[in-house]
Write a protein that binds this ligand. Structure first.
Ligand code: SF4
Length: 394
């Protein structure tokens, strides 16, 4: 029996584009970098090309980074329901209702404390990303209050990208979108994952494909001209045709950015616990889906601009984002290529400091559970003091 070839060959790292970036920097062309991948690690040439294309798209963006720039991530760990495959520490809003207000109070405390460190270190904030969870789970009032606080504490005058994940269409309404817009949020995510109604039910998302479209049109009406949509290849029970339908319906909306994730079975997910109850897509079909996405999205004029691999992904494949020219997310590139310090606030936040001279990376962890975060906020603030040693020298 012939052994099935792995799409990425012997490459085990999660950031193949980082290797490709080094190859391009050394003077190789994209094709030479792709061929080097094949000779060194034995992946499919298409995967080598993908890594090289991503590295080429990232390069001018990394080159244009502010020398003293940092990015800020703010986590909101609440979602309306828990997706079947979710491994994050997120609370469904029903059980978390009483935690949300208190969480926001503590988060504002951490924002103020960190803003002071960023100011005294002499850093400029280049991007802000509010993710989760689903930040738009918060009421319009809480969102308004949080955004006002961000502007009152951070110097946002150098911020080039402000993203909020409005991931679940059932959490979006006009008031919330107008609140985000009013406060300068210029990029949002509306994530269908699938445009097949039965799949959405199966994976525990409380919305329909119609709601995805309605939320998208509403966001356009509210003036959002940079919208990302996430889809997942290899959701339980999905065929290649179902995946194609999802992508085609998403592209009819013409979002600026489409991110194609490949199903990954995480240990702490419900899916992992009840695995035998689900009809999983096989690795070969997942590979066909990813291949279709690459060709189809490129045919719409988009190009891949960031990618990463995760453990336990179907078929050992990769996640990749495709954007229209000029709509590459700076934050996603910075975090994926580990080229800029990302200061993470809120529970589950992992701050990564990047020393650009030595490429040395250090991490500061926040606790994962919202309840712990609230109770131990002073300890989280004290941990942030480790950032003080990264003062910008004039
Ligand atoms: S929307 Fe994301 S964070 Fe929320 S439950 Fe689903 S996978 Fe988890």
């Amino acid at each position: 029996m012939t052994e099935k070839k792995l799409p990425w060959g012997s490459l085990t790292g999660i950031r193949p584009a980082k290797i490709a970036a080094r190859l391009l920097k050394s003077g190789m062309t994209e094709e030479e970098a792709a061929e080097y991948f094949v000779s060194e690690y034995g992946p499919d040439i298409e995967k080598g090309r993908l890594a090289a294309e991503v590295a080429a798209a990232e390069r001018p963006i990394c080159d244009a980074m502010l020398p003293d720039g940092v990015s800020v991530y703010i986590g909101i760990p609440f979602c309306p329901t828990r997706c079947l495959y979710c491994s994050f520490v997120t609370c469904g809003t029903r059980q978390a209702a009483r935690l949300i207000d208190e969480y926001c109070v503590m988060l504002k405390k951490e924002i103020s404390y960190t803003a002071d460190i960023i100011r005294s270190n002499g850093n400029r904030i280049e991007t802000v990303y509010i993710g989760g969870g689903t930040p738009t789970t918060l009421s319009a009032e809480l969102l308004d209050d949080l955004l006002l606080h961000i502007y009152s504490e951070f110097d946002m005058s150098n911020c080039r990208e402000f993203t909020v994940e409005a991931g679940r269409p059932d959490t979006i309404d006009r008031t919330k979108l107008e609140t985000l817009k009013k406060h300068g949020v210029d990029r949002i995510s509306i994530n269908p994952q699938s445009m097949n109604e039965e799949t959405l039910k199966l994976i525990g998302r409380n919305h329909t494909p119609r709601q995805v479209k309605d939320a998208f049109y509403l966001a356009r009406e509210c003036g959002f001209d940079n919208i990302n949509m996430d889809v997942i290849a290899g959701l339980p029970g999905e065929t290649l045709d179902m995946f194609k339908k999802t992508l085609e319906e998403v592209e009819e909306l013409s979002p600026e950015d489409t991110t194609v994730h490949v199903m990954s079975i995480k240990r702490s997910s419900r899916l992992h616990e009840y695995l035998s109850d689900y009809n999983l897509t096989d690795g070969e079909t997942a590979a066909e889906m990813v291949d279709f996405a690459y060709k189809y999205l490129k045919s719409t004029g988009k190009r891949p601009y960031y990618m990463y691999r995760q453990k336990n992904q179907l078929g050992n494949l990769e996640n990749a984002a495709y954007s229209k020219a000029g709509f590459e997310s700076l934050y996603n590139i910075y975090i994926m290529e580990e080229v800029q310090t990302i200061i993470s606030l809120g529970c589950g936040g992992v701050t990564k400091t990047v020393d650009r001279d030595t490429d040395r990376i250090e991490r500061i962890f926040n606790v994962k559970e919202p309840k712990d975060y609230i109770e131990r906020i002073d300890e989280m603030l004290a941990r942030k003091d480790a950032l003080r040693k990264f003062k910008v020298e004039n």
